[in-house]
Design a binder for this molecule. Structure first.
Ligand code: SAM
Length: 274
């Protein structure tokens, strides 16, 4: 369970609103993390009870996809990762997976949420090959021109661009700003995306949308499978294309337990830039 005092971790966390549920901290709770407040835990339970019983399943299936996708990138020889909307550090972070396999791998995280940024900084203390930029992903200049990006990432070589469970927070009208990241990538760079959909669950999605708008002031964009496919335009999707998160190159023997794959709620895919 989470704790209510962030001082318990001796982390300097500015601007934290512990009275309003927060999507990043609800997600952390759903993953079994302890970087969340009572309001976040209550919100998660409320979501499971009256909004979407699959909340934690969606979170876990998404996180597992992220981890398999990072391993896939490593298999392709990728050793640089730009992780947009990286979230609150929970076990099995991108840098842990990458640096375990390849200690020279470099990871730059980006998040707008102060709690996520403070805890990522603490976790990365002493790690010279991983860092975080506190920025909104819709400000690519701030990210790409940051000291951290300049020090860590070499865009003359392939960089994996991770946008996992973050694009549903970006309005379609604001998506052109994100093109800047793609423009930086040389051919052979993986683009990794997962994002919420209302496909096959329209009513549940409406309830989720309303809940986040009313309780967290967050608006959510659900994308159809076709819309998710078009997010990869200009890059070549690797097999199996755009699928539900548990269906993307599952580990041998993996199951979704009681849940149908479509209840994982997110379409996902990996493509390689040309
Ligand atoms: N990518 C991680 C994963 O898939 O496990 C974390 C996903 S978590 C559901 C979404 C994260 O995106 C949260 O930490 C949230 O703070 C962050 N986020 C949402 N909108 C953002 C924005 N406009 N700029 C930067 N980060 C954002």
């Amino acid at each position: 369970a989470g704790r209510d005092s962030f001082n318990a971790w001796k982390v300097d966390v500015p601007e934290v609103d512990s009275k309003t549920p927060n999507a990043a901290r609800i997600y952390d709770y759903d993953l079994g993390g302890d970087h969340n407040f009572e309001v976040d835990r209550a919100a998660s339970e409320e979501i499971q009870r009256s909004v979407a019983p699959t909340g934690p399943f969606i979170a876990r299936a998404n996180r597992a996809f992220l981890q398999r996708a990072v391993r896939y990138c490593l298999d392709q020889g990728i050793d640089q990762f730009l992780d947009l909307g990286s979230g609150i550090p929970t076990k099995g972070n991108v840098h842990e997976i990458a640096q375990e396999r390849d200690p020279s791998a470099r990871v730059l995280y980006v998040d707008v949420e102060p709690v996520a940024v403070a805890h990522t900084r603490q976790l990365l203390a002493g790690n010279e090959r991983a860092d975080i930029v506190h920025a909104d992903v819709r400000e690519p200049e701030k990210v790409l021109e940051s000291r951290q990006a300049q020090q860590l990432l070499d865009f003359s070589r392939p960089v994996a661009l991770l946008m996992v469970a973050v694009l549903h927070y970006v309005d379609p009208a604001e998506m052109p700003a994100l093109r800047r990241y793609r423009d930086e990538l040389v051919a052979g760079s993986p683009v990794v995306i997962s994002t919420l959909t209302a496909d096959e669950r329209a009513e549940e999605a409406q309830r989720v949308e309303r809940f986040f708008a009313e309780n967290a002031g967050t608006s959510i964009t659900f994308r159809t499978k076709e819309e998710v496919r078009s997010l990869f335009d200009g890059a070549d999707l690797v097999d199996p294309g755009v699928v539900w998160t548990p269906q993307w190159r599952p580990d041998p023997g993996a199951t979704t337990g009681e849940w149908d794959v479509s209840r994982a709620g997110c379409w996902c895919g990996v493509a390689i830039t040309r």
